[in-house]
Design a protein around this ligand. Sequence first.
Ligand code: DI6
Ligand code: FE
Length: 405
Amino acid sequence: MTWDGLLLDCRLATMTDTGAAYGAIENAALGWKDGAITFVGPQSRLPGKPAELAARVESADNAWIAPGLIDCHTHLVFAGNRAEEFELRLQGASYEDIARRGGGIVSTVTKTRAASEDELFAQSLPRARALVRDGVTTLEIKSGYGLNLESEAKMLRVARRIGKELGGTVRTTFLGAHALPPEFAGRQADYVDEVCVHMLPAIAREGLADAVDAFCEGIAFTPSEVRRVFETARALGLHVKLHADQLSDLGGAALAAEFGALSADHLEYTNEAGVRAMAASGTVAVMLPAAFYTLRETKLPPIAAFREHGVPMAVASDVNPGTSPILSLRMAMNMACTLFRLTPEEALRGATINAARALGLRERGILEVGKRADFVVWDVDHPAELSYWIGGDLVRRMFIAGREI
Ligand code: DI6
Ligand code: FE
């Protein structure tokens, strides 16, 4: 039984439910082999002499170690940016005004369609790298700026390529029902047909998507249109998730729950019945405070109700050019605390174990024997600092499946 690696003198934020805050263990050791954790616990309980247990033994110098961060909701593959729209919004235009005038998502669609796969990769990779530098070892990337089969597939291939390039894990989500493409103006039902009859089956056939998402909103798709997309996804054996109740209450949370969605995301306008339905279906509530911040929203998601009903909360960046030009998951954690009043512990759970669950990944986001050895050695004196500092360079070392990167 020789482990590949063993870190001694650790303080571990395991994120297990031991009753201790952060599932913390001090004077601890962490061992791993073949990409999976083989030991987590007090150093005094190691089953032998360190040098005989592992091929490589090091001291962590009493640093805090936590599971690698997981960003479970991003749209980081896109071309161009929307700084002009940022200026318009500062002059008083609302996000919905801009969308109705053909700006917004559709302007990113035009640029994304025009970009070659290599250009799209070159523009998007630095955004993924920025997340990784800040401690992210797993991230999700959605399509949704192509809005035709060719460009949606291009986006998803770029997302997969980013995963290969980074060495971490990228999960991909098909978001064909993000906005109505201009060539379908006035024919929304036909576009939903196109998504369900042609695009989604082809994307599934090529294995390009791990899940299917939709934007359920007054400026996007109705609950009954989303229902069709979800039925198609289910028939193809794909997980679903939903952009729900961001700008208005269309009952999106309950709809997501009805389909056993992995997550419902945004949720500012979610009502009590929606919260109950999510609790019953085990759907994760993904908080996206950077979009709330950018749009200067004032209606808070029902955090107290999520807590009361035991709905797991995740926190994600929502990286996108319109409503969340943020390149740090830790900054989103800070916003979740300051704007939504999550505790720093809830924010870290939200960016590790609960984010893993929002992606249907049960083997990570926690330091436990048998789980994936994705972890970060942080330059902090307390895990609350991961949410407290805005910016900064806090990552000391990072391991993905037991390999230091
Ligand atoms: N909700 C959002 O906040 C983003 N997409 C969505 O469905 C916005 C995407 C964009 O404006 O480009
Ligand atoms: Fe989003």
